[in-house]
Design a protein around this ligand. Sequence first.
Ligand code: ADP
Length: 376
Amino acid sequence: MVPESQTSKAGTAPADSGFGALLLHSVLENVPVGILAVSSTGRILACNGTAEFLLRIIRAKIIDQEYSAVLPDHLCAAMRRQLDLLAAGDEAEDSEIDCEISANQSLKIGINTATLFDPNGESLGCSFIFRDMSLSREVQTLRTANEMKSELVRVVSHELKSPLTAILQAAEYLLDEPKRLEKDQLAMASIVNESGLWISGLIADLLDLSKLEGNQLGLDLEIANLNALVEDIVELHRTKPNITFELDLTPNLPNLRFDRKKIHQVLENFVSNAVKYSPGGGRVRIRTAQTSGHQISVVVQDQGLGIPSDQLPYVWDKFFRVDSKETAKIKGTGLGLAITKRIVELHGGNVDVESQLGVGSVFSFTLPLNLGEPVT
Ligand code: ADP
């Protein structure tokens, strides 16, 4: 039996008025789980504010009362099961009950139980911890749905790969010997080839994204230099009509460890977007720099369409494309920047964008110098 001095009509109020006890009282009152302490004879010793809220009970009416006389039947039944287990020397089991909070709404409440001991190690009774499981269930359901969606994308994309390879090979065969075909047949073969390449790119993006989202894309780190990577990529775009490239590469930029193929993909996305979304031509400026925060930054600036400020926060979202007549005329899937952001973050870096409609955009990313061993 618990001495009366150890309990309080005010719920979890402390036995002494010391600072530590007050602190403990405040913590117990504010934790996001409900707590009920019950003596070994079934008397309610303590109840915190969260328990009042979750179980829809009034603390002043239940403290010092026999739990089975004042608590709702379904709650008592669950508590009795736990008390019986503990009395028999068995481990308590986690359980769940439904608590009605209004006519058509109920909460799933999870219950954990632990034995309460006095300073001499004697059993005083039992503490019941109640937590609202509804949210974690919803999160779990969403997580499962998301995993199923990623699996579906992975399977469908995988299944499309082989027939698509066959279509592309056939188109390539036809285009290799243009003399075999009439002019309009050649045009059709080109359309098949271009569309096939487009779908193939889309499938590659979808597979990359589902791997990145499922944390299945590992990094193949190697020591490399970002200046060299920038030069390689610009070479691929040099012949684009009406586009002038301007490189401002910091000399002696330190080497660092990164996944060359994936960062190539990031930079290629920034540069090809800068070219693609500058339909009237213009200058594309690429800058590299070592920042004070032990990072290297790469900045790609264009004088293209720009992005309206209200749409700017969404450019990193999957399938997002700027909603404008000009963008609609330019081919795209809205996946490149979503993949780019995830790849950079996987390296411990960050992406950023600034843009002004009709003036141009500045896309940038940083990579940490200390990913793996810094190498100079
Ligand atoms: P995609 O280019 O295939 O549509 P991205 O994910 O690379 O997909 O880009 C998302 C959207 O962001 C693009 O559709 C475009 O509207 C906008 N965007 C990206 N880069 C630029 C840029 N340099 N200038 C203007 N708009 C851009």
